[in-house]
Design a protein around this ligand. Structure first.
Ligand code: IMP
Ligand code: MG
Length: 182
């Protein structure tokens, strides 16, 4: 039964359904299992947006891995990123000489991941790749593309499956478009 504050009411349309998420994340997991076989990869979850994607993706990977977590915040106002990233929580592992896969919710302007990869490359990993659930290439402001991408989406502000608006909606089980004022 829908409550008074049912989040679903704030969504104008479902962009990626639960079924589509399940199928695609399983596919990505299978691909990553092959690509990282025998490499003892460190999977790095970028908190908080990647939480569901990371959890589901890692459970579709059959190779050995370690998990780590980073929390980053980028300065900017509202929905716009400045590209200046502050590490609020760094990962625990020393990634020197290790294979590292960054797991992120969405690539929008690309500024956040561009900055983050620069920081992590200074630590001299054996390899550094990016898996993003969603990609909005039309918004790109720098030369970066995810190595693994779940869905390419149009330029719309989306919520759910980890993605938030002002901290809310991360627990929606699908990816939907936010209903703006009617
Ligand atoms: P970028 O630096 O512009 O690529 O922005 C990356 C970050 O902005 C993501 O990690 C998200 O936190 C946030 N973001 C970008 N687009 C959306 C969206 O459509 N919904 C929710 N968050 C978004
Ligand atoms: Mg995020």
């Amino acid at each position: 039964m829908a409550g008074k504050t049912d989040m679903n009411k704030d969504i104008s349309k479902v962009l990626v359904s639960e079924e589509q998420l399940r199928a695609r994340v399983a596919e990505m997991g299978a691909q990553l299992s092959e690509d990282y076989d025998g490499k003892n990869v460190i999977l790095v979850c970028i908190l908080k947006g990647a939480v569901h994607f990371f959890s589901d993706l890692s459970r579709h990977m059959t190779c050995h891995m370690e998990m780590d977590f980073m929390s980053i915040s980028s300065y900017g106002n509202g929905r716009k990123t400045s590209g200046i990233v502050r590490i609020a929580k760094d990962m625990d592992a020393d990634i020197t000489g290790r294979h590292v896969l960054i797991v992120e919710d969405i690539m929008d302007s690309g500024l956040t991941l561009n900055y983050l990869t620069k920081i992590l490359l200074e630590r001299k990993p054996a390899s550094l790749k990016i898996a993003c659930l969603l990609d909005k290439p039309s918004r790109r402001e720098c030369d970066i593309t995810p190595d693994y991408c779940g869905f390419v989406i149009p330029n719309e502000f989306v919520l759910g499956y980890g993605l938030d608006y002002d901290g809310y909606y991360r627990n929606l089980p699908y990816v939907g478009v936010y209903k703006t004022e009617e």
